[in-house]
Design a protein around this ligand. Structure first.
Ligand code: AMP
Length: 587
């Protein structure tokens, strides 16, 4: 049966009156000043994310409400807002005692353990800048980012330290302290590191929040581009205003909610919506330490009585693969809203939500640089499966194209492809790329921030994702820079040159594939292929390393010497090769 193209929704049918009931009216009435006035602020015009997320509740009627329920192998650990206040004060005191001051950079390398959440919020209290790393990174991406960010402190676990940091520790000159949590959550006694558990236990529970200003740096999120080193997107305490407004409109958080964000804390969603936004709204967050497992996830949704669930297309596709019958063995009477982000959400997945949960999946769009959700399907809005939704209140989006004279032109007619652009001025917009002013300036054309994504807008104002304008790879929702992978491959003595692309994959969106040409004297055989795959995995980590390597004679390059990844991809997919006028002959 052909499915209708629209899923009709209306505020009156929802179990909880939505924050965004009338799209046009709310957009017209909205201002960022008004959103800011819904937060407390610090005396004298200051603003601190941790004050809004934790202290505001710890000093009010939600003090005894559960902020986090951490699910681990040994049962659950609940932490109330009042307890979170004490724990994060302890962490801030630990930093202070170590001489870590406002503006210093703290890196995090851990999975979803309580100490990670405590460290993020405790750092904000101390004015220390937080930079999360993905725990599936190998030693090389970790060292690159800590060095680019001049990290002075690292918080990690015993096994991650031994496997991924110890081998490169001597190459991290700025790193003064490593705070380690034991793998069982207890103490860790590793030479050259400090035992975080002991330091927390000895620290005072009282701490005066360092008076941060709205424009003080709070977060440094590394993201990948097509060329060069990763870019450190700088976010300030003012970003909290976006986290608040989007938690309200896009996630529709209400005080009674039990909320579950499945994002990895090493990526921007894990911070903005895994830590900050739910706390701002005073709701209880479920945090599961374990990796994906379909039965476990259904059990969590059911037993924890999750009402709002924020997840990702790859996870939804994996649940779909496990079958709707499995979902039907569970009941989700409390679940009222499901949202997804990070990669294109196929229309089938939206429909499957209805089948498995009785609710469609609501796609939304944003990126590291925007710091928060920009375009979304909200609870009361009609859904067009396959569309990312419409811009939230306070967000002006447009489709733009470069005109013949190089100037930006607005594409006003509907259904035409172009680059997605956002009008500058929302609070969580990146304030720069660390030490790369030129790259930052290139993101803007006048008042418009250029996202690097291609999209189109239909006549009803819904945005549809078309593709990336650059060569970065999205695998299981994680952004991977081809240059970082190519560089690691080229460190192997057999490799003369490498070109890396994303190869479409039904489950994870894209997998990393490398084309490699060899130096003289090396044989393109299976043994060498395995060795190169292992080499890349050791250096980059499983999440970033190529899954496939193909040996080629020479790689296609432009006359200026750049590898033509676009051409490699077209050839891989059997697509037309497009404009090859800049191709160096012989490629
Ligand atoms: P990141 O900065 O790692 O969060 O990646 C951001 C990129 O992920 C965006 O620029 C898009 O290319 C992609 N992305 C995020 N959300 C969506 C979505 N809902 N649909 C399609 N692509 C998305």
């Amino acid at each position: 049966m052909e499915r209708p193209r629209i899923i009709r929704k209306s505020a009156g049918d929802l179990p909880e009156p939505p924050h965004l009931a009338d799209y046009a009216a709310e957009r017209a009435a909205f201002s960022w000043q008004r959103a800011r006035s819904e937060l407390a602020g610090l005396p004298g015009g200051g603003l601190n994310i941790a004050y809004e997320a934790v202290e505001r509740h710890a000093r009010g009627e939600r003090a005894g409400h559960i902020a986090f329920r951490f699910l681990g192998n040994n049962g659950a650990r609940e932490v109330t807002f009042a307890e979170l206040s004490g724990l994060t004060n302890r962490f801030a005191n630990v930093l202070k005692a170590l001489g870590i001051a406002k503006g210093d950079r703290l890196f995090l390398l851990a999975s979803r353990i309580p100490e990670l959440y405590i460290a993020v919020l405790g750092s904000f209290k101390n004015g220390t800048v937080v930079s999360p790393l993905f725990s599936a990174f190998g030693p090389e991406p970790i060292a690159t980012r800590i060095n680019l960010g001049a990290g002075t402190v690292l918080v990690t676990t015993a096994s991650l330290y031994e496997r991924k940091v110890a081998p490169v520790r001597s190459q991290l000159p700025t790193l003064r302290h490593v705070l380690v949590v034991g793998d069982d959550g207890g103490s860790a006694d590793i030479p050259g590191t400090l035992d975080l558990g002991r330091l927390l236990a000895e620290a005072s529970e009282r701490f005066e929040i360092v008076p941060t200003r709205p424009e003080d740096l709070a977060l440094l999120h590394f993201t990948s581009g097509t060329t060069g080193t990763p870019k450190g997107a700088m976010h300030v305490h003012e970003a909290v205003v976006t986290h608040w407004a989007t938690g309200k409109y896009a996630l529709d958080l209400h005080p009674r909610d039990i909320y579950w964000c499945t994002a990895d804390p090493g990526w921007v969603t894990g911070t903005s919506y895994g830590v900050i936004a739910p706390l701002l709204h005073g709701v209880t967050s479920i945090v599961d330490a374990a990796d994906f497992d379909a039965e476990r996830w259904y059990r969590i949704l059911q037993e924890q009585r999750v009402s709002v669930w924020y997840t990702a297309p790859t996870a939804i596709r994996m649940l779909m693969k496990a079958g709707a019958d499995l979902a039907r063995q569970y009941a989700f009477p409390d679940l009222r809203f499901i949202a997804s982000v990070g990669e294109p959400l196929n229309p089938e997945a939206v429909w499957w939500g209805l089948e498995a949960f009785g609710l469609p999946i609501h796609d939304n769009w944003w990126q590291t640089e925007t710091g928060g959700i920009m375009i979304a399907n909200t609870p009361a809005m009609d859904i067009k499966p396959g569309s990312m939704g419409r811009p939230l209140p306070g967000i002006e989006a447009a489709i733009v194209q470069k005109g013949a004279d190089g100037r930006l032109e607005m594409v006003d007619e509907p259904d035409r492809d172009g680059e997605l652009a956002l009008k500058r001025g929302w609070p969580s917009m990146l304030r720069g790329y660390l030490d790369n002013e030129e790259r930052y300036r290139r993101c803007f054309a006048g008042d418009w921030y250029l996202t690097g994504d291609l999209a189109r807008r239909d006549a009803d104002g819904y945005y549809w994702f078309v593709g990336r304008a650059d060569d970065v790879i999205k695998s299981a929702g994680h952004l991977i820079g081809p240059f970082e992978v190519e560089s690691a491959l080229m460190e192997h003595p057999a490799v003369a040159e490498a070109g890396v692309i994303g190869k479409p994959d039904e489950m994870v969106g894209e997998v990393v594939k490398a084309f490699v040409s060899l130096r003289q004297g090396f044989n393109p055989d299976d043994a060498l292929r395995r060795e190169l795959l292992g080499h890349a995995r050791r250096k980059l980590g499983a999440a970033v390393a190529p899954k496939e390597i193909e040996f080629v004679g020479v790689l296609p390059r432009t006359r200026s010497g750049k590898i033509m990844r676009r051409l490699l991809k077209a050839r891989e997919l059997g697509l037309p090769e497009g404009d090859t006028s800049t191709l160096e002959s012989g490629g």
